[in-house]
Design a protein around this ligand. Structure first.
Ligand code: AMP
Length: 283
């Protein structure tokens, strides 16, 4: 695996690859890699594309400085995992390389996506996400980019970025990878205590409860049962739980014809913010 730390180096390399008609797939990450990230890489490797993984803990998307400070950075292990997964290239810039101008301004109209759920609860987060993803897309110019359904709203935001800047990149959405007990893998899980890890299973249990009753019971009844389940676990602080229509993320009260729904959840355990979701109509 080749490792590039500067824009110039990776751009020169990509240019050469494109001249040889290689298609480029990008997997943007913040490192502390796990099987969820590796599943994105597997997807990226399909169709004989050149696979580039980026690791960059992007400061502009952290609305909580403590979260940024505590974000895990096990770089040696990440490199080992990427090599084992036969990733072709790692792009590993530092903050100075990505933000040479400390006062750089960025704003993109994300409509209601900036005002609901993650947009409302993490002010500035999606501006930071689109800022760094736009940089990565313009530096690397990938043909495809793989993102996880785990960050459901983020995928919508990135698609919005692609549409509004008319970027020639296709977004591939990859399913959520969970551990054998149902916990959605996350880089932040390493900050959970053993008890916290057990308690965190209540998130996927609550989502499953909603999915299982989705066709039979009212959304209000499902949400109240799921909230009771979470409250019964103790020491799990629910930030939001909602059943939303998948294209607008507007909260809805009942099933309408020809619409699809997703249950979204965010909760805090051991001071760690956990996010998960489940599609309700299919699979
Ligand atoms: P992060 O390093 O947390 O910014 O995540 C990088 C990418 O990996 C994002 O597109 C995430 O949605 C995706 N991702 C994170 N966790 C999972 C998971 N458990 N399953 C699938 N994709 C994931």
């Amino acid at each position: 695996m080749q490792i590039f730390k500067t824009k110039n180096e990776i751009q020169a390399f990509v240019k050469q690859q494109k001249a040889e008609n290689r298609r480029i797939a990008l997997v943007p990450t913040m490192g502390a890699l796990h099987s969820g990230h590796l599943s994105l890489l597997d997807k990226a490797k399909e169709n004989n594309t050149l696979t580039i993984c980026s690791i960059f803990v992007n400061p502009t998307q952290f609305n909580d400085p403590k979260d940024l400070e505590k974000y895990p950075r096990p770089l040696e292990n990440d490199i080992r995992l990427l090599e084992k997964a036969e990733c072709d290239v790692l792009f590993l810039p530092d903050v100075q390389e990505m933000y040479p101008d400390k006062d750089e301004k960025w704003h993109i109209d994300l409509g209601s996506l900036d005002q609901i759920w993650e947009g409302a609860n993490r002010p500035g987060h999606f501006q930071g996400v689109t800022q760094v993803v736009y940089k990565l897309f313009t530096i690397i110019e990938p043909d495809v980019a793989c993102f996880g359904q785990k960050d459901f709203q983020q995928v919508m935001v990135v698609q919005r970025l692609i549409d509004s800047k008319q970027l020639p990149v296709t977004l591939i959405i990859c399913p959520i990878i969970r551990d054998e007990k149902g916990l959605a893998l996350s880089s932040r899980n390493v900050r959970l205590s053993e008890t916290g890890k057990t308690k965190a299973l209540v998130l996927s249990r609550a989502l499953t409860l909603i999915k299982e009753g989705f066709q039979e019971q009212s959304f209000a009844a499902l949400l109240s049962q799921a909230k009771a389940l979470i409250a019964g676990e103790g020491d799990v602080e629910l930030e939001y739980l909602a059943i939303c229509e998948t294209t607008t993320l507007m909260e809805t009260e009942r099933i309408e014809p020809n619409q699809n729904y997703v249950a979204l959840i965010v909760a805090w355990i051991d001071g760690v913010r956990l996010i998960d979701n489940m599609l309700l109509n299919n699979n």
